[in-house]
Design a protein around this ligand. Sequence first.
Ligand SMILES: *[C@@H]1O[C@H](CO)[C@@H](O)[C@H](O)[C@H]1NC(C)=O
Length: 367
Amino acid sequence: MKPQSLAAGLMLAGLQMVSADHHHGALHFRHEQKPAVQEYDTTTTTTTSVLKVVTITTTITVSPDTAPTIVLAPIAEPTSSSLPTASIDSNTEAVASIANTQSSSTTSPSQGSKTNPLTPNGIKAGSAGGDAYPFWKDHIGWWYDWTPNPLKSYPDNTGHAIPISMLWGAGTVSHGDAVRYAEFQKLTAAPPYILGYEEPDCSPPDSSSISVQKGMKVWNEVVAPWGKKGSLLGSPSVCKQSDEDWLTPFQKGISTPWDFTAVHINTNNMGVVKKVLNHYWTKYNQKPIWVTEFACVDTSNGFKASENQTQINKFIADIVDLFQRDDRVYAYAYSAGRGLGSTWPPVKDEKLTESGRVYLDAIRKYA
Ligand SMILES: *[C@@H]1O[C@H](CO)[C@@H](O)[C@H](O)[C@H]1NC(C)=O
């Protein structure tokens, strides 16, 4: 899914989507390859793994070992403001705060603990998207907006919650993708966390469509160096949930493994939520899980965002409780991305919607 607030290239992509919508009705591009999800019986997994201890430096003058040439695809009308110029100074504070957290917790990392560095600020709840930040900020530990430097688009979203950097794609599927790729390469300080590609196994405009080969190369050259500098790395988040077939070959070809597995969950069924968590936990070495997007969606016949407020409210309450109770989940984020209907989005006309308020009520019980 894509940030709502990006300009230029994304608007171009948006126009394409509008015209396609016109043809096909309420079509959600990135999900066209997504198979239906079936309900599933689950078993509880008891977790006993020990986290690797990571040392994070507060040095802010580092740069990646490799700095591939930036090639922006020719585009119709690049706006001057869309090309980033500043470094990611805003993350300095976050790095320092993580380092502080670490120094007090590295001796006995405990799973799901409030001081575990893989739970940003010790608060699992987060936001995918920056619009709801002003309403949720006191109860979330982290947020992102699908870009390398979320504070660039949301300069007012300063505060306790950590802005998380993301490399959305390999820079080739749209102008917005190219801009974000270039901006990522301009990072000058190690972000405390980095999220990998957005749904490389599905199609643009809302997913990054990267071949496994290309994904491995970009990971090794562009992302992995930051892991060596202290960033905690999140895997690419694939779109096909537990039916995915992208991550396994990718995992085999990368030189630096990811530290936590990033997962998307779109469903209206808690059984499916558990099935997805079980899949990633079991298949990828019991690595800590971040649910970097979740939404209430009927996937029994394609992809249909729920418009039933009663159902959404119950879904939010249930899924937040489930994530909080499940020690495999270190972080989770309400998705405010596109294509999720008119009832799910947490903010409308700069006001919190009922769905946004229900999430706030659910997470404030925990932080
Ligand atoms: C909305 O969801 C609730 C709770 O799942 C359900 O009881 C109700 O029948 C649904 N309403 C409609 C119109 O589908």
